[in-house]
Design a protein. Structure first.
Length: 396
């Protein structure tokens, strides 16, 4: 969290207050932040960024969600899109602000419990590779983050999870009813922001991604307990569950930068491969991750009998006796932490976990290779490659 004392330090020579919601001021706002004219900033209740003054009651921005992901890539990558990420965070808070104290508390909590800002980072880097960033990019990035956060809230309810980002999930802090409604509200806010871009291609792309995500989640629930699933069917399910929003992020970044249809499709391919790799690593970390590092409830896939790649690969290579022993343990009514540890140990020792990681790494290499076919800003492309590598090297 940026402290007020930190905001008050540094050079602030420009006294203009820039509005995130103003088309003619937006580029000035981002430029001022990028060029260090406004090195320290605050956001008032109307979403304006500018110099700290006694009359500008500041809302302190918790920028740690994207500090972590960008600086995991590199300091250079962080500097490349930090102004845009900052503007997006300001817009998200502006859009979610509500006059009702309880509604305001609920929607603001969603910003704390939401995503790593991976999708906005992907969108901005794609846009910077082939052009410049403007207001539609910021709106689209905020929309994608709203949709992603809504899916996380709803997923936590479906999985009975109690922890997310080291915080209590909505269903624990309040209840499932409030969690469902909070997620629904975020989806409506995403729709509202997207329509304001005025770009029908972007609206259609986000709508299609949302549809595929819902269908993929339903398909995964329907496949619960089907431990004879093939790796191809598993891949088809995650292609609909996680990959669509990442593919859409890269696509919209290029679309709003006025890239050609062929280039937009290459970015979509990059995002799709990245999404597949991301979900495989998510499934790996659900098994072998540490709760303290992940900051969320783990082993939920085993509890809900979801066939994930490490388990599928283990069962395919196991003897009949090994297969029966593991499945009997998973299907027990009294399946507990000790049983989960026993199963994970078998998967890890067999090499199935490492095999799943290698599959994710291969997908990332395919994604990175596709960038060579795109002409554009070399620094932004390098940052995209680092972002892709972050997906498979992360521990949460």
């Amino acid at each position: 969290m940026i402290e007020f004392a930190d905001l008050m330090t540094g050079t602030c020579t420009n006294t203009t207050v820039y509005s995130v919601d103003s088309v003619h001021r937006f580029s000035d706002c981002v430029s001022a932040l990028a060029n260090g004219i406004v090195k320290n900033f605050a956001v008032d209740g109307k979403g304006k960024i500018g110099k700290i003054t006694p009359s500008l009651s500041p809302v302190l921005l918790d920028v740690s969600p994207f500090f972590g992901i960008l600086r995991s890539m590199s300091e250079d990558a962080y500097r490349l899109i930090a102004p845009e990420m900052t503007a997006m965070e300001a817009l998200m808070r502006q859009v979610l602000s509500n006059a009702d104290p309880f509604v305001d508390e609920v929607v603001r909590y969603s910003l704390q419990i939401g995503g790593k800002r991976l999708r906005p980072a992907l969108l901005f880097l794609a846009g910077k590779t082939v052009g410049s960033i403007d207001e539609p990019h910021i709106r689209a990035a905020a929309s994608l983050e709203f949709v992603h956060t809504a899916t996380l809230i709803h997923d936590d309810i479906l999985d009975g999870a109690t922890l997310r980002r080291h915080l209590a999930t909505f269903n624990v802090r309040w209840n499932a009813q409030i969690g469902v409604l909070a997620g629904d509200l975020l989806l409506t806010k995403a729709l509202e922001l997207t329509t304001k871009t005025g770009e029908m291609g972007g609206i259609r792309a986000l709508a299609e991604a949302c549809k595929q995500t819902c269908e993929g989640e339903l398909r995964q629930i329907g496949a619960a307990g089907r431990f004879d699933m093939s790796t191809e069917e598993y891949r088809q399910i995650i292609a609909g569950k996680t990959a669509p929003l990442l593919a859409c992020s890269a696509e919209l970044g290029a679309l709003y930068a006025s890239a050609s249809p062929a280039v937009i499709e290459r970015f979509r391919f990059f995002g799709q491969k990245l999404g597949l790799a991301f979900q495989i690593i998510d499934d790996v970390l659900d098994l072998v991750g540490e709760t303290d590092a992940a900051g969320k409830t783990l082993r939920t896939d085993l509890v809900h009998h979801k066939p994930t790649l490490p388990l599928i690969l283990y069962l395919q290579g196991a003897t009949e006796e090994e297969r029966r022993e593991v499945l009997v343990r998973i299907r027990r009514d009294d399946f507990d932490e000790q049983s989960a540890n026993w199963v994970v140990e078998r998967l890890d020792e067999s090499g199935a976990v490492n095999a799943a990681r290698k599959t994710a790494q291969q997908l990332v290499e395919e994604a990175t290779e596709s960038l060579t076919e795109i002409e554009g800003d070399c620094e932004a492309k390098q940052a995209l490659a680092k972002l892709a590598q972050f997906v498979v090297s992360r521990e949460k």
